[in-house]
Design a protein. Structure first.
Length: 436
């Protein structure tokens, strides 16, 4: 007899309690920035999305209240239909496509307004020596204690000094200022106190230290990343284990029962075992990549096929959800994860997005659906070719040709194609993936 058909219903899996992951870090954002405009068809075939994502998202399972949906539908009805209804004419029910909304927000500027220059001092008329003294005083004002606004004091002094010289030389063009007591008195009263040599030495020291720090900055950042990765690794490891269990729990119940009840399942049902092994292996690798990137253990690598696959898969799931036209929840609209940080703070309450847990629940649901679909599809094709579990084939005895006087012995029927058997020496890794 042929093998019993697997039921189509995918087992509902309770959400696994897990700490909320941080969002918005630049490395995780690379997942979305790397997405190409057109997703690969191969990915869509492997995880075929339903018409909506509600069944996969346990936290978003419930539909909107009927009153809200009816209100939306009534708002979409044209006024002509209302007039026909009031006139007593029968109204024709028309299915209306839901409005697809994919909000886009401009990224907030780091500096919303260009800051005005801190100093707009007019240096017109200053000679080269005065400009150098002014620049040194300006540096001291910005970097040393006790020198605040010293450059402005110098600029004021230079103006007064020029006025004094112009007036003094106008009265006596041959005046010797080095011996002029009035000029000396002017300098004592107006020249700012400023230790030039001390400031120059401090400037050289500070700038040398800054250059050394700039050279060490890449190494410092690398060290900080390593420390952060070590700190986050235990958290990511725990989350990976939880989500892998969530994925294995979404394998169809009938398949899991066969695994548990038959110690030799990997040999007697190698077809199903290989499908589960492949789907679980792919899903687990995406879980590993997801938490390694989101917890800054590794950087997103566009040359890593698992990273690229994960990025495109997330983008494809978001697009399918948006295109379903059913993204409104409690008066809030769905916005893509990569766009959510750009939503203005005053409007964040109007939108929601997929959390890390939502993404993992989606992945678990897709894995279960993929196993169910691949097993059913493969068995159906084999049965159409005559395959029956055990290598037997149902066939009718060939009829005896009437032209022959005596019946000839008909050849024995060939057995139909059988499912590939696993090598008894090779242990199927699916058992370890499922923890069996």
């Amino acid at each position: 007899m042929s093998e019993e058909q697997i039921e189509e219903q995918v087992e509902e899996t309770p959400a696994v309690d897990a700490p909320e992951e941080e969002s918005g870090n630049p490395i995780f954002d690379a997942l979305f920035k790397a997405v190409e405009e057109e997703p690969e068809e191969e990915e869509v075939e492997e995880y075929t999305p339903p018409q909506s994502l509600h069944g996969a998202l346990h936290e978003l399972e419930s539909e909107e209240p009927a009153e809200e949906e009816q209100q939306e539908q009534s708002e979409e009805q044209p006024a002509v239909e209302d007039q026909e209804a009031s006139a007593g004419s029968p109204t024709k029910k028309v299915k209306r496509k839901r409005r697809v909304v994919d909000p886009v927000f401009d990224k907030p500027l780091t500096n919303p307004t260009t800051p005005a220059p801190q100093d707009s001092d007019d240096l017109t008329g200053l000679n080269a020596d005065e400009r150098k003294r002014y620049e040194l005083a300006k540096w001291a004002s910005d970097n040393l204690d006790g020198y605040k606004n010293k450059h402005k004091s110098y600029l004021s002094f230079f103006r007064k000094h020029q006025d004094f010289l112009n007036k003094k030389l106008a009265d006596d063009p041959e005046a010797d200022l080095s011996q002029d007591s009035e000029y000396r008195s002017f300098l004592v009263q107006n020249q700012p106190a400023f230790n030039i040599e001390e400031v120059k030495e401090q400037k050289i020291t500070i700038e040398a230290e800054k250059k050394a720090l700039d050279r060490l900055q890449p190494e410092q950042q690398k060290l900080e990343r390593q420390i952060k990765a070590l700190r986050n690794e235990p958290i990511a490891k725990e989350l990976k284990a939880q989500k892998k269990k969530l994925i294995s729990d979404n394998i169809p119940k009938e398949v899991m029962q066969l695994f548990r009840s038959n110690p030799n399942f990997a040999k007697t049902h190698s077809l199903e075992a290989k499908i589960v092994d492949k789907v679980l292996g792919d899903a687990y690798s995406m879980v590993e990549a997801f938490y390694d990137i989101s917890h800054e253990i590794v950087d997103y690598d566009e040359n890593n096929p698992v990273h690229v696959k994960l990025s495109k898969w997330i983008d494809n799931e978001q697009s399918n959800f948006i295109n379903s036209g059913k993204t409104k929840r409690g008066g809030r609209l769905f916005v893509r994860r990569e766009r959510f940080p750009s939503v203005p703070e005053a409007e964040k309450s109007k939108y929601y997005t997929f959390s890390d847990d939502d993404v993992m629940k989606l992945l678990a649901a897709r894995a279960g659906q993929s196993v169910d679909k691949q097993i059913k599809g493969t068995l159906r094709k084999l049965e159409e070719s005559g395959f029956v579990r055990g290598g037997q084939q149902q066939s009718t005895p060939p009829s005896v040709p009437q032209s022959q006087p005596a019946p000839r012995r008909s050849p024995s029927p060939r057995p139909g194609p059988s499912a590939p058997q696993a090598d008894p020496k090779t242990e199927n890794p699916v058992l370890s993936l499922l923890g069996l």
